[in-house]
Design a protein around this ligand. Structure first.
Ligand code: HEM
Length: 862
């Protein structure tokens, strides 16, 4: 048997094999990495290694061991069955018990909503906030500063005697995986410490930044600062340290703490399907409807153009040094990070004002395996470099080599000065990568090589180099949109500084949700529209008596048939269910359901929603006028009212099903945002393209997969997803209420467990209607046939979901069903109630508590 090894990358799926029986050759892929190709001269399909020299000594990738010992799992056998694992995963549950858990405050608030007291899971969330509040941030910042500027680890000596640039790259790569489509990625959980990100080729040598520079600080401060907060704070301190004249006089950059660490890889994030590093199978041809021209589109929700990159290839698309095409890639990917053109230019230019690229020699020749694939004695560090000393002047990271400015550890306008001063020509780094240097004419026109070679060597003070640019840097000068912005920054350095700081704050905090989730004294002094601001209430919040009166008014409109239970349930669901636990955007607070773009989304059934808005605005106006006239400053917000109305509808639906004492918990305090406080474009990405809970399948061929995805965004566990779906069906909360798809009951709008009993009826036979396989007809012995969707049927066809459905379909379960439905419903309605987060005062946990968002909020100027 012959074998040829190939060291590629390492990845996050446990195993993938491709067997090519025709040629009797087997490609073994372990963790998505092609380890070896074996050919069998005798046609034997089994692998009998005769020479293992090409196989890494990694602790986890010995193919023989894997092949013999790894048992087949249910997923290995049926890879296409509905994957529910993301609803059970909790990377944070893998944490040691003394590390605070960020269990959504809202979950706990939901559980105890009626009293607004907070349960133990909130206590554990607030435990981090409490620890953080007691943290001496000033001392921590000083420690980081000292570590960046005065230490140099022998295994990874600091370039220019300053770890600042490396730390900025760590923070940027940590935060830069965020993408707007699903809110996943980003630096909110320090997932850069875990696979696959810890081993992405683009993150080369960032392990050193964590292990050699930050770990001693993390060890000292323990659980008072999470890794995720520490990484971003260190990026801030790095910038501050290179911005000011003296450290003591530096104004801290905006910073909000509150990130909680993951302790296991996040399984919900789709990083792409390519089984090889730096592959690009994610672009597809698309036709422009107006002019018929075709172009390539990047698959959603991915944020990067190639597997294993944070954003784009520095050498140009696919390594092709095409400056304008590179600009297109940058625009596409940075907009997926939520950045506009100005922010993009500010970030790239600002970032590359600092530091250097490392490519002393060819990476493929000298650099070893990434951390996950490296041998056990490397203790989780990777990219061992066998070129000369393997560090310092011999370091190899990207394979590109050099710095952009003459002062790589100082904030100045050098990047733009040089970008515009020279004309650039393609060149090769010692590592063989394509980069750009000033061309011969520019060198001659500017006083010759010695005068142009102004860039200091990072380790030999007397040596100077030519400045370099990447293809992506030149895009900032030559792209017709980036060009004028760069020119503006070049001419106005103060503007550049302000825009860089703002864009940096956005980059590092985009995934943290509203400002009420941010901790610490360095919060911005201005309202930023991308944070989806929720105004503070300047009026008294409704009390129990007001709530009783409002409920009576809502009941009146239900009884007078101005509005149906279905309408009210749908409006409340539409309002709350935009929430995403990934970046904490969306939700009912702000009352944005009555604003653009949400009120016009097809999934929200605009006719029904308009009806609800009109009726509830009447009730709101009437209530608020009455209070004004009685000199009371109490007001009700639309945001509260729409949830209260949904709750009332559910209580009434429960009563109609024979459960007369059901009370749906309600906590007032939401406020209404204005249209001017709502960035329509930015909100557009929250529009559900499918929503199985409302039987809205958009154009998705497998809406049940998207149901699971949405359930995950709503932080739901599988049983909560099932009970909500069954309840919403009998309440006829379908986006198209007239379709009655999945409404498996003869008494819609009564909160019965009929959906489950009828779905699981053993005499009903189901078959697809039409060719698209989306709607099914259920013929039963008596009565009209049912209609159902894939999402409905999967509750009976998938064994795991069926097990839960059975539990709700049995005769003794109707009370359990109603209780569980109300609990899960309340959880969703409360998901965004960060305004209720409180931490104990110094004197203990039982006395007065303070709201995180108010008393902890000292503001900071840029
Ligand atoms: C088009 C987008 C970008 C590309 C393609 C890119 C690419 C790269 C590459 C290839 C390196 C060299 C890594 C090495 O060999 O050590 C580098 C270094 C660096 N990048 Fe970027 N980058 C981009 C945007 C940014 C942004 C937005 C920031 C921060 C705001 C940033 C900050 C840095 C810093 C500070 C370094 C120097 C690190 C050091 O000295 O160790 N980059 N970048």
């Amino acid at each position: 048997m012959l074998m040829s090894g190939e060291n590629g990358g390492n990845s996050f799926e446990w195993r993938k094999w491709r067997e090519d029986f025709g040629g009797a050759s087997i490609q073994i892929q372990i963790q998505n990495q092609k380890i070896a190709t074996m050919t069998s001269p005798d046609g034997c399909p089994y692998y009998h290694p005769t020479n293992s020299s090409n196989i890494s000594s990694s602790n986890n990738d010995d193919p023989t061991t894997m092949m013999k010992k790894k048992p087949m799992t249910v997923r290995d056998w049926w890879p296409d069955s509905l994957d529910l694992r993301i609803l059970h995963q909790d990377p944070l549950d893998a944490r040691p018990s003394h590390v605070p858990h960020p269990s959504s405050a809202t979950v706990a608030a939901a559980a105890s909503a009626a009293t607004t007291s907070f349960s133990s899971s909130t206590a554990s969330y607030t435990s981090y906030a409490t620890k953080f509040a007691k943290l001496d941030l000033h001392a921590l910042r000083n420690d980081i500063y000292k570590s960046l500027t005065t230490t140099s680890h022998p295994a990874w000596p600091a370039d220019y005697g300053h770890y600042g640039p490396l730390m900025i790259r760590l923070a940027w790569h940590s935060a830069g995986t965020y993408r707007v489509f699903d809110g996943r990625g980003g630096g909110g959980s320090a997932n850069i410490r875990l696979p696959p990100l810890n081993s992405w080729p683009d993150n080369g040598n960032l392990d050193k930044a964590c292990r050699y520079i930050l770990w001693p600080i993390k060890r000292k401060y323990g659980q008072s600062i999470s890794w995720a907060d520490l990484i971003i704070l260190a990026g801030n301190v790095a910038i501050e340290s290179m911005m000011g004249e003296s450290w003591g006089s530096v104004q801290p950059l905006w910073f909000g703490g509150g990130r909680m660490d993951a302790f296991a890889p996040e399984e919900d994030v789709n990083w792409g399907h390519e089984p090889e590093w730096l592959k690009d199978d994610r672009h597809h041809q698309q036709q422009c409807s107006s002019n018929g021209e075709s172009s390539t589109g990047l698959e959603e929700p991915l944020g990067a153009v190639q597997m294993g990159l944070i954003y784009v290839n520095p050498e140009g698309p696919g390594g092709n040094p095409d400056i304008l095409a590179s600009a297109k890639d940058i625009r596409e990917t940075f907009s997926r990070m939520g950045m506009n053109d100005m922010e993009t230019v500010a970030l790239i230019a600002g970032g590359h004002t600092f530091g250097k690229a490392h490519g002393a020699a060819n990476p493929s020749k000298y650099v070893g395996r990434e951390p996950e694939g490296a041998s056990i004695d490397q203790m989780g560090l990777g990219w061992k470099n066998s070129f000369q000393t393997g560090r310092g002047a011999d370091a190899i990271t990207s394979g590109l080599e050099g710095a952009w400015t003459a002062n790589p550890t100082k904030w100045d306008n050098g990047y733009f000065d040089l970008l515009y001063k020279y004309d650039w020509t393609q060149s090769k780094s010692p590592g063989g990568a394509t980069q750009w240097v000033p061309n011969a004419d520019s060198i001659n026109a500017n006083g010759g090589l010695d005068a142009v070679a102004t860039v200091p060597d990072a380790h030999h003070g007397d040596v100077k180099h030519l400045p370099i640019m990447f293809t992506t840097d030149l895009a900032l000068r030559y792209d017709p949109i980036y060009g004028p912005i760069s020119k503006q920054f070049h001419l106005n350095p103060d503007l550049f500084t302000v825009e860089f700081k703002k864009a940096w704050y956005k980059l590092c905090h985009r995934d943290m949700g509203p400002i009420s989730r941010h901790l610490g004294p360095y919060l911005p002094d201005e309202t930023l529209i991308w944070q989806d601001p929720i105004p503070l209430a300047h009026y008294g919040t409704i009390n129990a008596n007001d709530i009783r009166n409002l409920k009576a008014s809502i009941m009146d409109v239900i009884y007078s048939s101005k509005i149906s239970i279905s309408d009210l349930v749908k409006a409340a669901w539409a309002s709350a269910s935009t929430y995403r636990c990934t970046d904490h955007r969306g939700g009912a607070n702000g009352g944005r359901i009555r604003l653009l773009p949400q009120k016009n989304w097809e999934v929200n059934d605009t006719t029904s929603l308009d009806r609800v808005i009109a009726v509830l605005e009447d009730i709101q106006a009437c209530f608020n006028d009455h209070h004004k006239q009685s000199n009371s400053n109490t007001q009700v917000s639309f945001a509260d009212l729409v949830i209260l109305a949904g709750n009332v509808a559910i209580e009434e639906a429960a009563r109609r099903a024979g459960h007369s004492n059901v009370r749906v918990p309600f906590v007032a305090g939401r406020t209404d945002a204005l249209q001017s406080e709502t960035d329509i474009n930015s909100f557009q990405v929250l529009q559900p393209v499918t929503d199985g809970f409302r039987n809205y399948d958009g154009k998705d061929a497998r809406p049940e997969v998207m149901l699971v995805d949405r359930a995950h965004l709503l932080s739901l566990k599988t049983p909560e997803m099932v009970v909500l779906l069954g309840g919403l069906r009998v309440l006829n909360a379908n986006a198209d209420a007239s379709s009655l798809v999945g409404v498996l009951t003869d008494r819609p709008e009564a909160l019965t467990n009929d959906f489950f009993t009828n779905l699981l009826d053993e005499y009903t036979t189901w078959s697809p209607v039409g060719d698209d396989g989306k709607v099914f007809c259920g013929v039963r012995p008596t009565g009209k046939p049912w209609k159902a969707s894939r999402v409905d049927l999967v509750m009976g066809s998938n064994a795991q979901l069926r097990a839960i459905s059975e539990a709700y379909a049995s005769v003794d379960s109707s009370n359990h069903f109603v209780n569980d439905f109300v609990r899960a419903w309340t959880k969703v309605m409360m998901l965004d109630r960060f305004d209720l987060l409180r931490i104990p005062n110094d004197d203990g946990i039982t006395t007065e508590t303070v709201f995180l968002w108010s008393s902890k909020r000292n503001v900071s100027k840029l």
